[in-house]
Design a protein around this ligand. Sequence first.
Ligand code: SF4
Ligand code: SF4
Length: 299
Amino acid sequence: MKEIVVLSGKGGVGKSTITASLGAILSEKYRVVMADTDVDAPNIALFFHAALKKSRDIRASEKAFIDYGKCSGCLKCVNTCRFSSIVISHDKPLVVPFSCEGCGACAIVCPEGAIEIKAARNGKINVFEMGKAVIISGELSIGESSSGRLVDEVKTSARSEANMMGADLILIDGPPGIGCPVIASIKGSDYVIAVTEPTPAALNDLKRFLEVVAYFNIPTGIVINKSDIHIKSNQAIREFAVVKGMSVLVEIPYDISVPRSIASALPVVKAYPESSASKAICELADKMKSMITGTQNGQ
Ligand code: SF4
Ligand code: SF4
C-alpha cells in the first residue's frame, strides 16, 4: 500500500481540486482511502456527494478546568496566564476555552488545587462512503488549535481503514502552508505532489514548503496548475525545479471547466472529462498508477 500526499505551500492553487480528480480516477482501478487532512477547511467529501457513515469526536487538545467548589478567589491564576485566557467574572476566575493553550501554569500556581488540565474536544473525524472508496475527513472545531494532532488522528484512522479493506492507496489532501498539520500530513508518506501556480507568491511559498519536505527526504514532484496564466513565472518554477533536481510531473492549463465543475461540486474529470484540465490530470494519474504498482504502465 502506498501513501501519496497532495500539498501546496500556498492556499488556493488548486490542491483539493486536483486531489478530488485524482481520487475519482484512481478509485476506478484501485482500492483507495482518501484522507482529508485539510482540517481547517475539509471539503473533499463535497466533491463526491458522499454519504456520511460515521463520526467521532477527537479530544486532542488540553484545557484548564476550574473546580469552583475548591476555588478561594485569590486570582493568582489570572495573573499567571500569559495567554490572557483567564478573565474575572463576578469576582471569580473564568477560563476562556478558545485561547487556553493547556500549558498548565495556572494549575501549578493555584494554592487550592482547584485547576485541572484535562483533554478537550478539538474536532471530529467523519467517515464517508463513496462506492468502493472511503473518505476519512478531519474537521477542526471553530477556534481550536492542535490541528497537527488532529491530522495524526485522521491518518491513523485512514491507515486502519486501509488495512481493513486491503487498500492499494491512501491519497491524502493536505493543508496549505508549512506548519504542524503539514508536517503531520507528510510524515510516513511515500510520495509528495507539490501543487503550485505560476505566480511569484506561489513560487515563494513553494520554496518554503519544499524546505519542509526536504527534511523528510520523501520523493516529490511538482504540478503547475493554471500553468499558462503567466509564462515568465512558469519558467521560473521550471528553472527552480531543475536546480532542486525535481521533475515537473504535469502542467494543468487554465480551464474554465475547473471553476464550473467546482460550482457543481464535482471533480473536473467527471464533470468535463474531455477538458484540457481533465486530460492533464489523467496524465498525472497515469504517473501515480506507475508509482502505486511499481511498474512503467501502472498494470
Ligand atoms: S488560583 Fe486557584 S484558588 Fe486562586 S482564583 Fe485561581 S482557581 Fe481560584
Ligand atoms: S492552562 Fe495555560 S493557557 Fe490555559 S488558562 Fe491555564 S495558564 Fe492560561
